[in-house]
Ligand binder design. Structure first.
Ligand SMILES: NC(=O)c1ccc[n+]([C@@H]2O[C@H](COP(=O)([O-])OP(=O)(O)OC[C@H]3O[C@@H](n4cnc5c(N)ncnc54)[C@H](O)[C@@H]3O)[C@@H](O)[C@H]2O)c1
Length: 438
């Protein structure tokens, strides 16, 4: 199959290279010339484990190429995926569909012969209808089918997720399009990944329902963590105790500083808007959004409490800035409101992240960026683990103690055991566990 991928970001690039790896001929298109030039030089515009090798292999095999020219790529394609951004619209929180609609218009002008146009971006229910309307209005003569195929990959494990998905959801009414989609995903189907066909609106809503449900699980365990702290229980044991129940499942039950990232925050809010517009308010999701928003700054108060109540004039060292490990993505990272709140309280902040420093510098002002965990800890009255990168899991506590003004560790990801940290002479605060100093 000849595939054009419109938008070469976290989703488009990973999907494009994986499709090429399945044996399809893929052209990744992006209007960002710098991104395409970097890819042509063999440089990855994002940090994603394993991506550079897979890109190199498939470029070398002649199955993958990059361009800013949408027209020839679409003209030659059997299937055109739209994988452009759908950020929150400023002011009202609806998904901003400008990029999707613009892409649809450009695609329509270039279509040649029967072409399947597939929305992979996360888009509100009904967007497929609008994409189809735009295409038919722009090119009344064109032969195409518009399909929804939401993406469920997670940054940091994106290639694995794409190649071993729990399911592939395809919303499609056209028999020819169904054949094309089956052919594109055939290698995964052979691996027994369930290929679920449904109607387009249902496929669109499945994506939002999935993200909202996962965000709810995280928020639920975060509130249980707060209660556990108050009553002297341990949230990790609670998560295990409930997660072993197959009806609940153990994933997404890690208490922490609240969810962030490029998807959950914007998708939960966009789903609320869809609910309101359709007079079907989603009260549970409303609570999730409100609780999660409040939690991020509450984490700064937790740090202040670990420092005896006041942070003014003190230095706080922050380890991990990206919204999760193994990505450089800083979108809606919990580190941002945490650091801002600490600064508002009068703290000086030092920070280190293994992959997100470049992005973080654009988001955060007045932070001293350091080159590793130890230089970050120098002179700090507290060390705060915000993102659980592997390299923070075995810190040299003796070394840290020498470097820091005070041996105080705030572990917002519960990666250490309270006993272990106490043995090293550190005061320790984590989330929802016994043995917290505060
Ligand atoms: N990031 C994730 O983990 C993830 C997971 C699942 C779904 N999604 C969804 O996938 C979509 C894309 O997300 P992302 O994180 O990859 O975004 P991104 O911002 O990393 O990438 C989008 C790319 O599209 C390009 N683009 C925009 N308009 C274009 C056009 N007309 N022609 C060519 N290129 C164009 C931009 O230059 C950008 O490089 C979003 O809807 C998102 O919600 C993201």
């Amino acid at each position: 199959m000849r595939v054009a991928m419109i938008g070469t970001g976290y989703v488009g690039l990973v999907s494009g290279v994986c499709f090429a790896d399945f044996g399809h001929e893929v052209t990744c298109v992006d209007k960002d010339g710098a991104k395409i030039a970097a890819l042509d030089r063999g440089e990855m515009p994002i940090y994603e484990p394993g991506l550079d090798d897979l890109v190199e292999t498939n470029v070398r095999a002649g199955r993958l190429n990059f361009t800013t020219a949408l027209k020839p790529a679409v003209k030659a394609a059997d299937a055109v995926f739209i994988a452009v951004g759908t950020p929150s619209r400023r002011g009202d929180g609806h998904a901003d569909l400008t990029f999707v609609h613009d892409a649809a218009r450009e695609i329509a002008r270039a279509i040649d012969g029967f072409t399947v146009v597939i929305t992979k971006s996360t888009v509100p229910v009904g967007t497929g209808d609008e994409v189809e309307r735009i295409i038919r209005e722009t090119r009344p003569d064109c032969d195409c089918a518009v399909v929804s195929n939401p993406e469920f990959l997670r940054e940091g494990a994106a290639i694995r997720d794409f190649k071993h998905p729990d399911r592939i959801v395809v919303g499609c009414a056209d028999a020819r399009a169904r054949e094309v989609m089956s052919e594109i995903y055939r290698p995964l189907y052979l691996n027994r990944a369930p290929l679920m066909f449904t109607d387009r609106r249902t496929a669109e809503l499945i994506k939002y329902a999935a993200n909202a449900f996962l965000a709810t699980k995280i928020t639920f365990i975060n509130e249980i963590a707060d209660l556990a702290e108050k009553v002297g229980a341990d949230v990790q044991e609670i998560a295990r105790g409930i997660g072993l129940d197959n009806r609940i499942g153990g994933k997404f039950l890690h208490a922490g500083p609240g969810f962030g990232g490029s998807c959950f925050p914007k998708d939960t809010v966009a789903l609320l808007k869809t609910g309101q517009d359709n007079e079907a308010p989603l009260r549970v999701v409303e609570a999730v959004v409100a609780v999660n928003d409040a939690r991020k700054r509450a984490m700064a108060r937790k740090v202040a409490a670990a420092l005896g109540g006041a942070v003014r004039g003190k230095t706080v060292a922050v380890l991990g800035l990206t919204f999760k490990p193994n990505t450089d993505d800083m979108r809606e990272a919990p580190s941002i409101p945490l650091i801002t709140a600490l600064q508002d309280m009068g703290a000086a902040v030092r920070a280190y992240d293994p992959a997100g420093m470049e992005q973080a510098k654009k988001e955060l002002g007045k932070v001293t960026f350091c080159h590793d965990a130890y230089s970050c800890a120098e002179g700090a009255s507290a060390l705060v683990i915000v993102t659980e990168w592997e390299q923070f899991r075995a810190l040299d506590f003796a070394r840290l103690k020498d470097l820091m003004a005070k041996p105080v560790l705030v572990d917002l990801r519960n990666i250490y055991s309270p006993e272990e940290v106490a043995r090293h002479g550190f005061a320790y605060t984590s989330v929802g566990r016994r043995g917290n100093n505060v």
